[in-house]
Design a protein around this ligand. Structure first.
Ligand code: GLU
Length: 487
């Protein structure tokens, strides 16, 4: 009988939801949903120093925003936070102490630091050397008594089987093997403050929560042999492990780092900028995985259906901002208008631009936006001063026939009544200029567009002119004609 599939996302609430962690959550989610398994969230909050107030709420809120749901979590289940499970860990620490598979360690921080320095100076790989080494039973007892009397609180270390071989068949990377002697010596399973270390607690939890597959980032590979040692010491069967490749920033070629301040990396940032969650979900799902083929736009349901752990990539995943922008634009283009307008409202409102033209403006720029917050800079023309021209634009405006086109079009607009002034009536006026002057194509449209909007590219020209208004359009044409005369 195959074990039922239970996977988990186990964040440490040490900060906002980063794209790397979101990917871990998302792949576990896809894996569980594809196989009809269970997906749970466990909070690993034993590192009190790195604890961030609100970290847990922010994790859950952002996962929900992405469209991820779960079957078990601290919201519905007791003791799904490690800080609530201390007694459980202590019970297993006790068991290992009893069996002689772990021991109390009284070595101090200073002693450890001094030893590390010595090892480094001697060119040795830093490792903990058993402090009881070479002591007789009496000496051991005296050592412990002396340290206890001095008020030294011990940690608990696992007695590592140095000759052991710790290996697993990784779901992503294949066979991986570590020698017990190569992991830095007997390691701490319980800290002085009574809290377990991550590598210990994670095993107890994964076992008790009957986790079948541990899917996480490959920064955890070196932890896995330590965890296997705990499974061995407690006589438990280990789950399957899958370590996903790291994410590199395609711009720098280096590991995606929180220090790459130009790259948005926190789910919260995408949300605040007005990305659609479906787009971000789709983008993350393709970081280190793809279903094969050229197609890249997939709904959540399709991804669940297609997900195949055998296709998790062995080579690093490239975080490509341009691809994200492209994908996000695809989603915005195809989203229904009401959704995008609702998202745009707060941005327009904050900029004082939620006027009666707002709907029309959003409609106009929807096909162009990569994130909805762009609605503000995109509509500058309608609310701000005329933008300065670029060199390329100036070059167009230096064209011989430009004044003819602009004057003719200006006259047409002047001849229109306010009532006639509608999007659909503007195009015929441009055509009329063509007929009158014999100037057509780029030479006709480009100067008008630049003179009116200050930009070479933009949405439909008649719409732009309409939204700008008759008066303002005439004024822009007039200003441009004067500019040209001067030069
Ligand atoms: N709390 C760990 C982390 O945030 C989870 C590691 C694991 O999945 O085992 O990296």
């Amino acid at each position: 009988m195959t074990k039922s599939i239970r996977v988990r996302y186990a964040p440490s609430p040490t900060g906002l939801l980063h794209i790397g962690n979101a990917r871990t959550a998302l792949f576990n989610y896809l894996y569980a949903r594809h196989h009809g398994g269970t997906f749970l969230i466990r909070i690993e909050d034993t590192d009190r120093k790195r604890h961030v107030e609100d970290g847990e709420r922010s994790q859950m809120e952002n996962l929900r925003w992405l469209g991820i749901d779960w079957d078990e979590s601290p919201e519905t289940h007791e003791q799904y936070r490690q800080s609530e499970r201390l007694e459980i860990y202590q019970q297993y620490v006790h068991e290992l102490l009893e069996k002689g598979l772990a021991y109390k360690s009284y070595v101090t921080e200073e002693e450890l630091a001094a030893e590390r320095e010595r090892q480094e100076a001697a060119g040795e790989t830093p490792r903990y050397i058993n402090e009881y080494l070479g002591m007789s039973d009496e000496e051991k007892a005296a050592y412990v008594a002396e340290r206890e009397a001095a008020g030294i609180i011990p940690t608990v270390r696992l007695a590592v089987n140095e000759a052991g071989i710790y290996k697993w068949n990784d779901m992503v990377k294949g066979e991986i093997e570590f020698e017990g002697g190569n992991i830095g010596g007997d390691w701490v399973i319980q800290k002085k403050d009574g809290y377990p270390t991550y590598n210990f607690a994670v095993v107890i939890d994964d076992h008790l929560m009957e986790i079948s597959h541990v899917i996480r980032g490959d920064d955890h590979i070196a932890n896995t042999p330590k965890q296997l040692m705990v499974y061995e010491a407690l006589g438990w069967e280990a789950p399957e492990f899958g370590h996903m490749t790291l994410i590199i920033n395609s711009e720098t070629g280096k590991k995606l780092s929180k220090r790459d301040t130009n790259t948005l990396q926190f789910i919260e940032d995408y949300r605040k900028k007005g990305y659609l969650p479906e787009a971000v979900f789709n983008f993350i799902a393709l970081l280190g995985w793809n279903p094969g083929g050229e197609h890249e736009i997939f709904s959540r349901e399709e991804l669940i259906e297609l997900f195949d752990e055998h296709r998790l990539s062995k080579s690093p995943a490239a975080f490509d901002q341009k691809k994200l922008d492209w994908m996000s634009n695809e989603y915005i283009k195809n989203a229904d208008f009401a959704t995008i307008f609702d998202m745009a409202k707060p941005f327009l409102e904050a900029a004082g631009r939620l006027t009666d033209k707002a709907e029309k403006l959003v409609e106009l720029y929807k096909p162009q936006m990569k994130a909805v917050d762009e609605i503000v800079p995109l509509t500058d023309l309608f609310f701000e001063d005329f933008p300065a021209l670029t060199e390329a634009e100036k070059e167009v405006m230096a064209g011989e026939t430009v004044p003819t086109v602009l004057s003719a079009f200006k006259e047409k607009l002047e001849a229109m009544t306010e009532e006639d002034f509608k999007s659909e009536n503007i195009f015929p006026q441009i055509k009329a200029v063509q007929k009158e002057t014999g100037i057509k194509g780029k030479n006709l449209f480009m100067p008008i567009r630049i003179a009116v909007s200050g930009e070479m590219h933009g949405p439909e020209l008649p719409d732009t002119i309409y939204l700008l208004g008759r008066e303002k359009s005439i004024q822009h044409l007039d200003n441009m004609l004067k500019e040209i005369e001067k030069s």
